[in-house]
Ligand binder design. Structure first.
Ligand code: IDP
Length: 139
């Protein structure tokens, strides 16, 4: 399944630090189109559900607490080769290892507060987009 879509969140650290505009600008300049967009917040329950795949990992509790600590931006993006190109644009999970100029290199401070999320597969992009947006909110 190839959808040419990915799902992203601007995480609470990047929102709190005033980076929404700069991050959206980088995403647009990289050629991604916004097909769904919202400013929202996750409850601990919703954050736990979103990251359920990591529930056995040692960082899960902290991740859930961080992701429900403040507002986020959620968006579905469209572009050829969206998953791979967006993962390149955001850089490695650990900002210390992210290439220069990537969003995490520029805007993230640590591996847990790492500024942005990007789906890792077409299947997950669809699941994650559906988690945040109902059918009439997706274009
Ligand atoms: P990804 O967001 O780059 O796809 P994943 O391995 O799917 O990375 O992990 C999901 C999120 O969990 C990461 O973005 C990060 O916020 C957090 N995380 C991952 N590994 C660690 C860790 O070793 N310590 C703390 N938080 C982590």
């Amino acid at each position: 399944m190839t959808t040419n879509r990915t799902f992203t969140m601007i995480k609470p650290d990047a929102v709190a630090n005033g980076h929404i505009g700069a991050i959206l600008d980088q995403i647009s300049k990289a050629g991604f189109k916004f097909v769904a967009f919202k400013y929202t917040a996750l409850t601990p329950e919703k954050a736990g559900e979103f990251y359920a795949v990591h529930s056995e990992r040692p960082f899960y509790k902290d991740l859930v607490s961080f992701m429900s600590s403040g507002p986020i931006v959620a968006a579905i993006l469209e572009k050829d080769n969206a998953i791979e190109d967006f993962r390149k644009l955001i850089g490695a999970t650990d900002p210390a290892k992210a290439d220069a100029g990537t969003i995490r290199n520029l805007f993230a401070k640590s591996i847990d507060a790492n500024a942005v999320h990007g789906s890792d597969s077409d299947e997950n992009a669809q699941i994650e987009g559906n988690f945040f947006f109902s059918a009439f909110e997706r274009f």
